[in-house]
Ligand binder design. Sequence first.
Ligand code: TRP
Length: 334
Amino acid sequence: MEQHVSKQIMVSGLKPSGEIHLGNYLGAVKQWVELQDMHPSYFFVADLHAITEPQKPKDLHAQIIETAATYLALGIDPKKSVFFIQSHVPQHTELMWILNTITSMGDLERMVVYKEKISEGKEALAGLFAYPVLMAADIILYKAAHVPVGEDQRQHVELTRELARRFNTRFGNVFPLPKPLLPKVGARIMSLQDPSKKMSKSHGAATYIGLFDAPDVIRKKIKSAVTDSGSEIIYSPEKKPAVANLMTLYHLYSGLTFSEIEKEFAGKGYGDFKVALAELLISNLSPIQDERAAILADKNRLLTVLRDGGERASATAAKTLDEVYAKVGLKIEI
Ligand code: TRP
């Protein structure tokens, strides 16, 4: 880790929940992968978070492994970052217990994600309620300064910051105060069926491109994407929001500017542009798809990577927990 210019540590948890779409990738994951070069980083599959909502054990098990393979295929590099599975490092839950003792019910009752889940009809389990405390432990266990997350997780990182401050004030300085690192705007990808909505998995398969969609699925989804009135390929987010969204994808994957794209498709219609876009996406996504398949085909290698990551994470985590126990008065040498 000597080669890192900044010593500011970055930590993020990856929920093992199904597939990633272009919006997640271009809006967030791609930037995190780039940030590995700037910060000593810890990335983990948040399996203990996943069980705060009921899971089928068999499916969960498969999803944990698949999620690990997915993020490795997307460029999380175990030579640059510490990459592991959360439950392999018991200090996450141990530190959570300590943090539970300085977290008030009111702190957690304010959490919007929790309130939303309850209003959607999810069971009000103690684990779901305390989820942000586990997340706080995940982050400060590695003394992180930066936490790359989506906007929905900002409040949890702010609570983490508050708990770190509270711990430091009560027991003595141990933790830096972490900050959320939100995705840059500008890479906001919209739904293929409604350019006023963010691309999301919750509005039906036709509205998003999954990173692991087969070529024919990608062709079909792009072909049936909504467009705007007129027929010219012109970048105008106000007048042609649907076309602008497709052009943004073309721009991000081709590296061409919007005016270069306009020139390339001058005199052509939406149909030609969509065919070209679908092929461009397919040629960019298939290496990632092949890479994930190769990773999953060599389970032993994958497990070795995860074991090694878990050991490296535990080494740091054990040091922090030791400091915490000493400050709190729990440490007794026997
Ligand atoms: N709660 C995060 C999410 O839903 C996942 C997560 C768990 C996380 N622990 C974390 C993110 C620690 C950042 C840091 O996406």
